[in-house]
Design a protein. Structure first.
Length: 194
C-alpha cells in the first residue's frame, strides 16, 4: 500500500515553493479544486452559497382579484375541471385560501350593493337585468363550488347560494323563471330555460 502511494507521489511532478506550498500540475489542480467545491456544496461549508427565502407573491388589489376571478368563472363555465382551476390559480400565483378570503368579502359587498341597485330602475328593466346577472353569477359560483377544491370550493358555493336566497329562481309550470325579491314587492319576471 505504501509503495502505491509513493509511486503516485513520485509520478506527480510537484515542487515546493518558498512558502512551503505544494505546486501540482495544472490538470490535477483543476481536479482538486473541483473536488473541494463539490464537497463544500454537498456539506454546506461554502460561505458563498446562501439560500434566499422565496419572495412572497405580491398582494393583489380588489380589481386584480376580480379580473382573475372572472377569468376563472368564465373557464369553469366553459367546462374546466378541477385541474383547469388549479392550473389557472398556479399560473396566476394565487393561493386557494387567499382567493377564498377575497371572495368572502366580494360576496358581502356584492349582496349589499345588489340589494340597493335592484330596488329602483327605469321602467322595471334595470332591476330585472341586474337580477338576471346576479343569478347567472350565482350559477357560476355554484358550479365553481362543485369543481374547485379546498376552501375556495366551499366559499364559492356558499356565496352562490346566498345570492339565490336573495334573488331566487322560481319554478312555474316546469319552466324556471328568474325573479328577484325587493323591499317594495316583486320586480319584473323574465323567462329562462335552465
Amino acid at each position: 500500500m505504501e509503495q502505491a502511494s509513493c509511486l503516485l507521489l513520485t509520478a506527480i511532478p510537484a515542487t515546493i515553493t518558498k512558502t512551503n506550498r505544494l505546486t501540482i500540475s495544472p490538470m490535477l489542480d483543476k481536479i482538486w479544486r473541483f473536488l473541494k467545491q463539490l464537497i463544500r456544496r454537498l456539506f454546506g461549508t461554502n460561505p458563498k452559497i446562501q439560500l434566499t427565502p422565496p419572495q412572497p407573491a405580491p398582494t393583489l388589489t380588489d380589481a386584480e382579484y376580480e379580473a382573475k376571478f372572472m377569468e376563472l368563472l368564465e373557464g369553469v363555465n366553459q367546462g374546466w375541471g378541477k385541474g383547469g382551476v388549479a392550473e389557472l390559480l398556479s399560473a396566476k400565483q394565487i393561493e386557494n385560501g387567499d382567493l377564498a378570503a377575497w371572495l368572502r368579502g366580494f360576496g358581502t359587498r356584492l349582496l349589499a350593493g345588489a340589494q340597493g341597485s335592484t330596488e329602483g330602475g327605469h321602467g322595471g328593466t334595470a332591476p330585472t337585468d341586474a337580477v338576471v346577472s346576479l343569478q347567472e353569477l350565482a350559477r357560476r359560483l355554484e358550479l365553481l363550488g362543485r369543481v374547485a377544491g379546498g376552501e375556495l370550493s366551499e366559499v364559492a358555493g356558499n356565496v352562490g347560494k346566498e345570492i339565490l336566497v336573495e334573488f331566487p329562481l322560481v319554478s312555474v309550470g316546469g319552466e324556471r323563471r328568474l325573479m328577484g325579491r325587493l323591499n317594495s314587492g316583486s320586480i319584473g319576471v323574465k323567462k329562462n330555460m335552465i
